[in-house]
Design a protein around this ligand. Structure first.
Ligand SMILES: [Zn+2]
Ligand SMILES: [Zn+2]
Length: 153
C-alpha cells in the first residue's frame, strides 16, 4: 500500500516538475533546445532538438532504477517507476495524442483530453521564450475543462 502511495505521489509530483522545468528551464536556460518545438510546424525530420529532454528527464529515473537493482532500495525503485510512468504518459499525451507524431490515439474524444490539447495549443501559440501560459500537461486550467465539458451537453 505504501509503495502504491509513493508511486502515485511521484507521478503527481512529476506534473509539478514538468511544469516547473517547462516554465523555468525549457523557456529559460535551455530555450535553445526547446525552441524548435515552438517554431516549426511542418518539419522534414522526425526528431526535434526538443527531444533531448527525453534523455534529460529519463536520466534520474534510470539512475534510481539502476541503484535500486544493485542494492536493496525498494522505495527508490518505486520512485524510478513513478517517474517512468509519468514520462510515458507525457509522451503518449503530448507527442502522440496532441502532436500526432505517431498515428494512434488520435480518435480520443473526451472532454478532459480535448481540454489538455486545447491548453497545450494555447501554449504553442507563443513562439518566444519570454511569454507563455499553460506550461503544465495533465493538470488543465479549469476554464478549458469547463469549455470542453459544455460542448458535450
Ligand atoms: Zn514550451
Ligand atoms: Zn507541444
Amino acid at each position: 500500500m505504501a509503495y502504491l502511495l509513493v508511486f502515485l505521489l511521484t507521478f503527481v509530483f512529476m506534473e509539478f516538475v514538468a511544469w516547473f522545468a517547462h516554465k523555468y528551464i525549457m523557456h529559460g536556460l535551455l530555450w535553445k533546445l526547446h525552441e524548435d518545438h515552438h517554431t516549426k510546424e511542418s518539419s522534414h525530420s522526425f526528431l526535434e532538438q526538443n527531444d533531448s529532454f527525453f534523455i534529460i528527464f529519463a536520466t534520474p529515473a534510470i539512475i534510481f532504477i539502476l541503484i535500486a537493482s544493485i542494492s536493496y532500495a525498494p522505495y527508490l525503485l518505486v520512485i524510478g517507476l513513478g517517474i517512468t510512468a509519468y514520462g510515458l504518459c507525457y509522451f503518449l499525451v503530448h507527442d502522440v495524442f496532441i502532436h500526432n507524431r505517431l498515428k494512434f490515439l488520435n480518435k480520443i474524444d473526451n472532454f478532459y483530453f480535448r481540454a489538455i490539447r486545447r491548453a497545450h495549443k494555447i501554449h504553442h501559440k507563443k513562439i518566444y521564450k519570454e511569454d507563455g501560459e499553460c506550461f503544465g500537461m495533465l493538470i488543465v486550467p479549469f476554464k478549458y475543462l469547463k469549455a470542453e465539458l459544455n460542448k458535450d451537453k
